[in-house]
Ligand binder design. Structure first.
Ligand SMILES: Cc1cc2nc3c(=O)[nH]c(=O)nc-3n(C[C@H](O)[C@H](O)[C@H](O)COP(=O)(O)O)c2cc1C
Ligand code: SF4
Ligand code: SF4
Length: 362
C-alpha cells in the first residue's frame, strides 16, 4: 500500500532503519527493490567506525544484540558514491547523521543536494541533538527527523523539546540496553567489546516500542512518527500504526530474514487492509487512544469454543490458581471460586478457543 510521509509518496509504509540492512548503496537498493517505502542509511559520522569482532549476536527468539557503532565508511564515500548511487537507483533515502553538530555541519547540505528525502539526526540528549537540529534546520529545506532513544529518562520531555526546536518528525525508537548474554560453557560474554554488553533489538523490545509510540502520539498528536523497534511479523506493523505510527520501521527483521521479509510483510499488510476496508493507514492510526484509559467492563464472561480447542492443555498449565480443568467430554471448566480473572489462560491459547465474548459460556 502506498502511503504519504513528510509530503512524499512512499511505495509502502515500511521504512528500513539504520543498520547493516542499509550499510551502503547496494544494501539500500536491495531493500528498495524488495518494496521498502524508504531506507535510512547506516549513520554517517565524520570518522569511520571501527567495530570489535563479534559485534552482533542472537540474544533470544527473533532478537538481536549489537555493539556496532555507526558506518565504517568514511563520510566522503557516502557523499561521493554510496548516497548518489542509492538516489540514482530510485531509493527514497533518509540520511542518518550522528552524533554532533561537528558531524552534521559537514554533510547535511551535500546530502540535500544529492537528493535524500530527509535527514535523520541521531544523538540522544538535549545538549547534543538540539544544537545539531537547530543548525541543520538552518542549512537545509528538506525535513529533519530526530531519532529518540528509549533509554532516555525523560523521553517525552526530550521529544517535545525536539519538536519545539523544529523537528519535522520523530523516529521512535532506537535499541534498548545495555544488555548482556553469557556463554555458560566458557563464562565469557557472547558480545565482543570491552564491557561485553550490547543493545537489544527485535522481538524482545516490541512491546516497549508500542507503549512509547502510543505515549508520543497522545502527547504530540500532529507529529509524524516512524515506529521502529521490534517488528518481526507483519501484524507488528499494523500494531505500530494503531499505536499511532505513520510508518513501520524495521531493522532486525531485514537483517535476520533478508530484504524478502519486506516483500512478504507488504503483501500481508495489504491483504489485512483489504479485508478490513482500510484504504489509508490514517483510518486506523492511533486507534488505541480511543480505548485509553482502559475501561473496566462489567459482566465479564469466560467463553470456550469446543470446535477450536486442540486440547493442548496450555491454559490449564498456565493457571497459577489451578482454576482451569477439562471435564470428561473435553469441555473447559473454570472454578469461579479460584479464578482471579487475570486473563492469562485466554492469552496463552494459540487457537482462539478461549475468549471473553463468544462461544459457549463456561
Ligand atoms: C546491528 C545493528 C546496527 C545498528 N546501527 C545503527 C546505526 O548505525 N544508527 C542508528 O541510528 N541505529 C542503528 N541501529 C538501530 C536500528 O536502526 C533500530 O533502531 C533498532 O534495531 C530497533 O529496530 P528493530 O527492532 O526493528 O531492529 C542498529 C541496529 C542493529 C541491529
Ligand atoms: S489452550 Fe486453547 S487449545 Fe489448548 S487446551 Fe486450552 S482452550 Fe484448548
Ligand atoms: S483467568 Fe486467570 S485465574 Fe482465571 S482460569 Fe484463567 S488463568 Fe486461571
Amino acid at each position: 500500500m502506498k502511503t504519504t510521509f513528510l509530503g512524499h509518496e512512499l511505495q509502502s509504509p515500511i521504512i528500513v532503519g539504520s543498520s547493516p540492512a542499509s550499510f551502503g548503496a547496494d544494501a539500500m537498493i536491495r531493500c528498495h527493490e524488495a518494496g521498502a517505502g524508504a531506507v535510512v542509511c547506516k549513520t554517517i559520522n565524520r570518522n569511520a567506525a571501527e567495530n570489535p569482532d563479534l559485534h552482533m549476536v542472537v540474544a533470544g527468539r527473533e532478537t538481536l544484540m549489537n555493539c556496532e557503532k555507526w558506518t565504517d565508511f568514511p563520510m566522503e564515500r557516502w557523499l561521493d558514491d554510496e548516497m548518489p548511487r542509492a538516489v540514482a537507483a530510485g531509493v527514497t533515502c533518509i540520511a542518518s547523521v550522528g552524533h554532533g553538530i561537528e558531524d552534521s555541519r559537514l554533510c547535511v547540505e551535500r546530502l540535500e543536494e544529492i537528493g535524500v528525502m530527509a535527514i535523520e539526526l541521531v544523538s540522544y540528549t538535549d545538549d547534543t541533538v538540539l544544537p545539531m537540529l537547530e543548525d541543520t534546520k538552518r542549512r537545509v529545506d528538506i525535513p529533519v527527523i530526530v531519532k529518540l532513544s528509549p533509554n532516555s529518562a525523560d523521553l517525552m520531555g526530550h521529544a517535545r523539546r525536539c519538536v519545539d526546536a523544529g523537528a519535522d518528525a520523530l523516529t521512535a525508537c532506537d535499541s534498548i540496553g545495555p544488555a548482556m548474554r553469557i556463554d555458560i560453557e566458557t563464562g565469557k560474554p557472547f558480545m565482543g567489546g570491552a564491557d561485553g554488553c550490547g543493545w537489544l533489538t527485535g522481538a524482545a523490545i516490541f512491546p516497549f516500542t508500542v507503549a512509547r509510540i502510543a505515549a508520543l502520539r497522545q502527547a504530540l498528536p500532529e507529529v509524524p512518527i516512524i515506529g521502529l523497534g521490534g517488528i518481526t511479523a507483519w501484524q507488528d506493523g499494523i500494531e505500530f500504526v494503531q499505536a499511532g505510527a505513520d510508518a513501520m520501521g524495521l531493522a532486525s527483521a531485514a537483517i535476520l530474514h533478508g530484504p524478502g521479509f519486506i516483500t512478504r510483510m507488504n503483501a500481508r499488510v495489504d491483504a489485512w487492509c483489504a479485508e478490513h476496508d482500510v484504504t489509508d493507514l490514517a483510518q486506523i492510526r492511533g486507534r488505541v487512544l480511543e480505548h485509553l484509559p482502559v475501561v473496566q467492563e462489567d459482566g465479564y464472561e469466560m467463553c470456550f469454543d469446543f470446535g477450536k480447542c486442540r486440547h493442548c492443555n496450555a491454559c490449564v498449565t498456565a493457571c497459577a490458581y489451578a482454576a482451569r480443568s477439562f471435564d470428561e467430554g473435553g469441555f473447559a471448566q473454570v472454578d469461579e471460586a479460584l479464578c482471579r480473572h487475570c486473563g492469562l489462560c485466554v492469552s496463552v491459547c494459540s487457537f482462539g478457543a478461549l475468549n471473553l465474548s463468544k462461544g459457549q459460556v463456561i
